[in-house]
Design a protein around this ligand. Structure first.
Ligand code: SF4
Length: 374
């Protein structure tokens, strides 16, 4: 006979209780991981690289820094001598915060938090950036790849975190690659997460292949006119499509160990934007048809006006009054079309389109057992 936790009951064992010494009891929650996405155990991919592969990655990282075309901005600069659009040089990365973080998806933050490293700077210029105090300003401290590696080890040993979560690292991929290789030699043994806007180049992702275990890409907007106006990038959508396909080719669909902690795969995020739900629906359809119907998707509802959105500015225009011209000025709200929260019906329409397209693995609470779907 089994008890409610699936263990043999005392009665079934038919041994008087006073003769048994029980190990400390740790109840196991039923978290219902589909067997196709359940891992017995996991060894991070960087631990599988040979020393020859590791040396090749080091050389490639230095070569990219000498002529940087690492992201779609294609600056072509020698970062040892100058900086490109991201304003970050070659020898270090600027870091704003390093800490165990409990604001991520349950399968990422787990029980002890995700070891997050928030990089300063970004290669996009989203006008609504929800993280703009970090991403748009060059605040923080400069860390070499070796110093970064020491922090990963501290997060692992002292923070007891489940993973190293590299947030907005697109513009410092060579430094990040070097840091992972150094940390592996120092004893790192937890998965690496690459938490990206998806404005990555294929060259950059090639450098990361074998070093990253979990890709956490955003797919932000669908129309070029929107990416031009709101992200200040013309070619965002094409770049994101190419990048997400490559990420999925490298690590596949999101898989977990039996404790419900994600270890390998792609976790796709889409932040639903006010009035842009039609773009969200297109993104869901494209993902289902071109990446995988088993893709693990987080449809996010936490958009709020931030950064430049909703700021007031005075606009002056020349106006003709009969024979004379004069200046007329009025106050305008910047990006007024997204200066509000997202409505439930907008979220629902993106969710419905995702289901209709065949996606079924969503990061949301299962109403039947209050656990998160895995
Ligand atoms: S990573 Fe920086 S320097 Fe390199 S191409 Fe992108 S913006 Fe330019």
């Amino acid at each position: 006979m089994m008890n409610t936790f699936g263990q043999p009951s005392r009665r079934a064992l038919a041994i008087p209780c006073r003769h048994i010494s029980f190990a400390p009891f740790v109840p196991k929650r039923f978290i219902g991981i589909p067997s196709a996405f359940l891992l017995d155990d996991y060894l991070p991919r960087y631990n599988l690289l040979t020393s020859v592969d590791a040396s090749k990655k080091r050389s490639l990282a230095y070569a990219h820094l000498r002529e940087c075309n690492l992201c779609p901005r294609q600056c072509g600069v020698n970062r040892y001598e100058t900086t490109g659009m991201c304003l970050i040089g070659a020898t270090s990365a600027k870091v704003n915060v390093i800490a165990p973080h409990r604001g991520e998806e349950p399968c990422i933050q787990g029980f002890h938090g995700s070891g997050s490293v928030f990089f300063s700077g970004c290669n996009l210029r989203c006008v609504f950036c929800q993280n703009h105090d970090i991403a748009h300003q060059r605040n923080g401290f400069d860390l070499t790849p070796e110093e970064l590696a020491e922090w990963y080890i501290k997060l692992q040993q002292i923070g007891n975190v489940h993973n190293i979560n590299l947030v907005t690292p697109e513009h410092v991929v060579p430094q990040v690659a070097l840091s992972i290789l150094t940390a592996r030699d120092m004893g790192l043994r937890i998965p690496i997460i690459y938490n990206t806007s998806s404005f990555d180049s294929l060259d950059s992702l090639k450098l990361l292949d074998g070093l990253v275990d979990i890709y956490l890409p955003d797919f932000k907007v669908w129309r070029s006119s929107t990416s031009k106006r709101l992200l200040k990038a013309d070619n965002y959508t094409e770049t994101a499509m190419e990048s997400i396909k490559e990420m999925h080719r490298q690590v596949g669909d999101l898989s977990f160990t039996s404790d419900g902690i994600a270890k390998k795969g792609v976790l796709l995020r889409h932040l639903v934007m006010p009035g842009k739900e039609d773009e969200g629906r297109e993104i869901m359809r494209w993902l289902a048809e071109n990446v995988s119907r088993d893709l693990y998707v987080h449809i996010m509802d936490q958009y709020h006006p931030d950064a430049h959105v909703g700021k007031k500015r005075r606009v002056t225009r020349r106006v003709r009054m009969g024979e004379s011209e004069s200046d007329a000025s009025k106050e305008e709200v910047r990006y007024a079309e997204i200066n509000r929260a997202v409505r439930d019906e907008e979220l629902g329409s993106v969710r419905d389109a995702a289901v209709k397209a065949g996606l079924w693995r969503f990061c949301e609470v299962n109403e039947q057992n209050s656990a998160f779907h895995l």
